[in-house]
Design a protein around this ligand. Structure first.
Ligand SMILES: NC(=O)c1ccc[n+]([C@@H]2O[C@H](COP(=O)([O-])OP(=O)(O)OC[C@H]3O[C@@H](n4cnc5c(N)ncnc54)[C@H](O)[C@@H]3O)[C@@H](O)[C@H]2O)c1
Length: 353
């Protein structure tokens, strides 16, 4: 069977499988459920770069003792609308989930909730946090920093992270607004995915170690990602570091540890904010204005060659609906990697057709 043979995996079975691997690696049940749910949410939304395929590298960090599987994040209330989470080097998913939960509670009471998270880890796809806020009827801002992958504008060496900026707003009967984007031309996870699948990457995404354009994912990982929009992408990446790194007390200015560096914890920081939509008008008015905005955007006159205009986050929401029904595609090689992790902790193998 070819490494590229694709199998459709049932999302519920996948979530249970991932949760069991996490529990097998000493992650408490409640936290394992959070991590598994977030990873499968990324798989469902088509963000395959930040889904269950990350399990081997996350488990490797546990084995290398640079991620604490059993730590519990600590929450400190700073003012009625501001809280701080110390992730204690637990999973980024667990620390950020607690932070967003508190941000939502504060916003419900006072209109807005701001949470800074320090000493955390990679939290994968930012959109799951935006969705957590949308499910509670809130607007949100979700920032994180990450390990160096991108040169600042004019620079040669990697310094800033490919740190995603994300935000969202609920709507009425139309789709919610969900922006979730890395400030590089492509997320670095897309290079890891190409490497895993033995595929080339488009030239223009990254430079190799010698500063040349490359379509080879392995060489790209030795070099730098290219920022989107030149100085603008570079500035957005610095903005993520100001809010997530400098402000939180976590690593910043190029000192977040690379996920493949086993020498020390990642020390990632996040910044989360939830905002109640009916602060300045009734909830009905807000929702109908969001619906109107959606209709104006997707209904705008299309340029030549464009069949359909999508709202930010809409492609992922459509993928989510399709994958819930038809399953999540995984290559043979990806399943082998996941099953190797299962075997290590005595979890039953993922069944494929
Ligand atoms: N935690 C981390 O450190 C980290 C680092 C990098 C990336 N990531 C994650 O990687 C994921 C991928 O990031 P990315 O920048 O490659 O995303 P992307 O380029 O696939 O999408 C970026 C945004 O553009 C929108 N979009 C894409 N195509 C569109 C179209 N045709 N019409 C309208 N809107 C469209 C998407 O809905 C999304 O909101 C994100 O979920 C991000 O959070 C995480």
């Amino acid at each position: 069977m070819s490494e590229q043979t694709v199998h459709k995996i049932n999302p519920q079975e996948l979530e249970t499988f991932v949760r069991k691997i996490l529990i097998g690696n000493n992650v408490p049940e409640e936290n394992a459920s959070i991590v598994a749910r977030c990873l499968v949410q990324a798989d469902l939304r088509g963000v395959d770069t930040h889904g269950s395929n990350r399990i081997p590298s996350y488990m490797q960090r546990i084995r290398q003792q640079v991620l604490d599987p059993s730590a519990s994040p600590e929450l400190k209330q700073v003012t009625p609308i501001v809280a701080q989470v110390d992730g204690k080097n637990t999973f980024g998913f667990v620390a950020a989930h607690l932070g967003m939960q508190r941000a939502i509670e504060m916003a419900q009471e006072f209109g807005v909730g701001v949470v800074s998270v320090k000493h955390s880890n990679h939290f994968g796809m930012s959109a799951w946090l935006v969705q957590q806020a949308i499910d509670a009827g809130m607007l949100s801002l979700v920032f994180t920093n990450s390990s160096p992958a991108l040169p600042v504008w004019g620079g040669k060496d990697k310094l800033m992270g490919v740190s995603p900026i994300a935000c969202g707003a609920p709507a009425g009967k139309e789709r919610p607004f969900i922006l979730d984007m890395a400030p590089s031309i492509a997320a670095r996870g897309k290079i890891y995915k190409a490497l895993r699948r033995g595929e080339k990457i488009p030239t223009g995404w990254a430079l190799d170690g010698e500063g040349n354009m490359t379509d080879d994912p392995a060489r790209a990982l030795e070099g730098v990602m290219l920022p989107m929009g030149g100085p603008k992408g570079s500035a957005l990446s610095i903005m993520m570091d100001v809010f997530s790194g400098v402000l939180s007390g976590s690593a910043f200015a190029g000192h977040v540890t690379n996920p493949y560096d086993p020498s020390k914890p990642a020390d990632v920081g996040h910044f989360l904010m939830a905002i109640k939509p009916d602060l300045f008008m009734s909830l009905e008015d807000f929702k109908s204005r969001m619906d109107y905005l959606y209709q104006r955007v997707v209904g705008s006159e299309k340029m030549a060659g464009v069949e359909r205009i999508y709202y930010p986050g809409e492609i992922e929401q459509i993928t989510n609906e399709m994958r819930l029904e038809n399953g999540i595609p995984f290559t043979e090689a990806e399943i082998v990697n996941l099953n190797r992790e299962a075997e290590m902790v005595g979890v039953e193998q993922l069944k494929v057709d």
